[in-house]
Design a protein around this ligand. Structure first.
Ligand code: FPP
Length: 227
């Protein structure tokens, strides 16, 4: 969800207002994804690297998260959406962690869509964590090194209950991945739009999906094999 800061700057506003308007796009995108029947939506809301931003901006983002969670619990329930979170959640301020766990608990039986927030998330940190967990299991003879395969690695990632990514959308014209779901996007279709996140609407989501539908996903096979 990139471009909140630039959106604000273009309007002569402070960055916090950009993030605040970004929450409107979050709401619209979540509702649109539910309507479209998407089963999993993951939003990269705060990276491990974002902790290095000025304290005031980090505090603003954390406050926005708490207020959004409080405000949107009803929307999640009304739309039968299950909230999930990935990342180093223990590093979040207590208030954010508590609210997050509460909303995750309240929505855990919802079935229409799983909305995953990536918070204090970094894909490399996720992999390091998985490797450590697997190493301990190998050391304790719970897993044998020869049996380590893709499914064992999947089971030790924060995304263990989620399918691989089909479509990755990045806003604001930047064309990079920025440490997001590196393992899980192995065969994802990538879509980049110049739209800044606060300007991202249901129409932009539909445009991305229409483009996705035109792609031929070959997973290493030939076009003939696919057809
Ligand atoms: C990137 O834009 C955006 C973020 C680091 C924060 C995203 C957070 C929200 C949209 C609001 C809270 C989220 C939820 C799930 C309620 P940037 O600040 O890097 O923009 P810039 O590159 O233009 O400076």
């Amino acid at each position: 969800m990139d471009g909140n800061g630039r959106w604000a700057k273009q309007k002569g506003l402070i960055r916090a207002i950009g993030h605040e308007n970004g929450t409107k796009s979050v709401r619209e995108t979540v509702e649109a994804a539910t309507e479209l029947g998407i089963k999993n939506l993951t939003l990269y809301a705060f990276s491990t690297e974002n902790w290095n931003r000025p304290k005031l901006e980090v505090d603003t983002l954390m406050k926005l998260l708490v207020s959004s969670l409080k405000k949107e619990i009803k929307t999640l329930q009304d739309n039968n959406i299950k909230l999930n979170a990935i990342g180093d959640l223990q590093s979040l301020p207590k208030k954010v962690y508590k609210e997050l766990i509460e909303v995750i608990g309240k929505t855990e039986t919802n079935t229409q869509m799983t909305l995953t927030l990536a918070l204090s998330y970094g894909s490399r940190a996720e992999m390091v964590n998985a490797i450590k967990e697997i190493s301990v299991k190998v050391k304790n003879n719970i897993i044998s090194a020869e049996n380590i395969d893709e499914s064992i690695i999947n089971e030790h990632l924060y995304t263990q209950n989620l399918p691989d990514v089909d479509l990755l959308i990045r806003t604001s014209g930047e064309q990079r991945i920025s440490n997001f779901l590196l393992w899980q996007i192995a065969y994802a279709e990538l879509y980049f739009t110049n739209s800044l996140w606060p300007d991202f609407t249901k129409q932009h989501l539909c445009d991305a999906i229409i483009e996705y539908q035109k792609r031929e996903r070959r997973f290493g096979k030939t076009s003939e094999q696919i057809s």
